[in-house]
Design a protein around this ligand. Structure first.
Ligand code: SF4
Length: 348
């Protein structure tokens, strides 16, 4: 018997989940349902060690090679506690060669490079950080509780300590009015941090999110898939050809999954892929979007020219355009199904 939190990065799907703190200490981001209705708390080293003992008993004989420290901001724990937990984890699971965690940029800024280096020596290998945007205006709009300066300094601390860094970017989160600023400023911040991974998390609005009220009040105009692809193009264009892995491939809400690879090798290819989509006639874009949002992932763009596919999908699009709230609204609903549920009915 051991505790587990509700989320982990997709890249940690096979990792052991070790909960060192509960929930999110900030918990105010207006787009994020994950921990709403819960309270943050730190766990003691003894509590976590008992969990690790239980996991070791459960996995006896299995080859466990990676672990993820939950929940949203684990590095808030004292460095000494984390070192004790990392040491115990590696003692009980000697084949583990990758231990990763989420952390907020403010926490990474407060942790010294020396402390982060000690964590690396104790076995931590990678930090996942939700950057979302490099624009100060967007960060304020979404109540991220971070400034671009904190993101850059926190990110550089991780890099200077020799840890791997995975930064998560959320296209669409600035809405139509801030789209350009969001893309341009995010590229600037990433060019300063130069993380190992830049992972794309296309924004979708949860039906219970306070952002719904912003839409009604007219302070936020959501973007459709085509507009978001245009924004990603602007972001990629602004990024240096650095040795960072830009990934659309590990998140089901991303539309063009083949936009993926090291920027120093594949930036031009990625721009061509984005341009190819943007140049499609409107109807063909809708065919691709509907297929993708209905769960038919990883089709190449050329699927929109397949006569058999068109015969099935085009009448469905025509029906959606005529009935109900239309194509874009239907796509928004499909996207929202993929979001985690808040643990409260009263998300304000
Ligand atoms: S996005 Fe991260 S920091 Fe913001 S509320 Fe969700 S878990 Fe907390």
């Amino acid at each position: 018997m051991y505790e587990q939190g509700v989320i982990r990065p997709p890249s940690e799907a096979t990792s052991l989940l070790v909960r060192v703190s509960r929930n999110c200490p900030w918990n105010q981001c207006v787009f994020c349902p994950a921990y709403k209705g819960t309270k943050f708390s730190k766990r003691t080293v003894d509590e976590v060690k008992k969990d690790i003992d239980a996991m070791a008993a459960e996995h006896r004989g299995a080859r466990v090679t990676s672990a993820f420290l939950q929940d949203a901001d684990s590095l808030l724990l004292p460095t000494g506690d984390l070192i004790a937990i990392l040491g115990y984890l590696r003692e009980k699971f000697p084949k583990i060669d990758r231990i990763t965690t989420y952390a907020r940029a403010r926490t990474l800024k407060r942790k010294s490079v020396d402390d982060l280096r000690l964590l690396r020596e104790a076995g931590l290998t990678r930090v996942h950080a939700g950057l979302e945007s490099g624009s100060e205006t967007v960060l304020k709009l979404i109540k991220k509780g971070l400034t671009p300066e904190e993101i850059v300094t926190g990110g550089r601390h991780v890099m200077d300590a020799g840890l791997e860094l995975s930064e998560y970017v959320m296209p669409g989160i600035g809405g139509r009015a801030l789209s350009r600023e969001h893309a341009v400023e995010t590229a600037k911040v990433l060019n300063l941090v130069r993380p190992h991974f830049i992972r794309i998390r296309t924004f979708a609005m949860h039906p219970k999110s306070p952002m719904q009220r912003m839409v009604q009040e007219g302070t936020f105009v959501p973007m459709n898939d085509e507009e978001i692809i245009g924004e990603i193009r602007l972001l990629v264009d602004g990024l240096d050809k650095m040795h960072s892995y830009f990934s659309c491939n590990d998140f089901s809400l991303n539309l063009l999954m083949e936009v993926d690879g090291f920027l120093d090798e594949k930036k031009d290819f990625m721009l061509r892929e984005l341009d190819e989509f943007l140049a499609l006639p409107e109807g063909q874009k809708q065919v691709y979007i509907l297929l993708q949002r209905s769960g038919y992932y990883r089709y190449p763009l050329s699927v929109v020219k397949d006569e058999a596919v068109l015969k099935q999908v085009v009448p469905e699009i025509e029906r959606l355009e005529k009935e109900g709230d239309g194509f874009d609204r239907y796509i928004d609903v499909l996207k929202s199904y993929q979001l985690p549920q808040p643990q409260t009915d009263d998300w304000q």
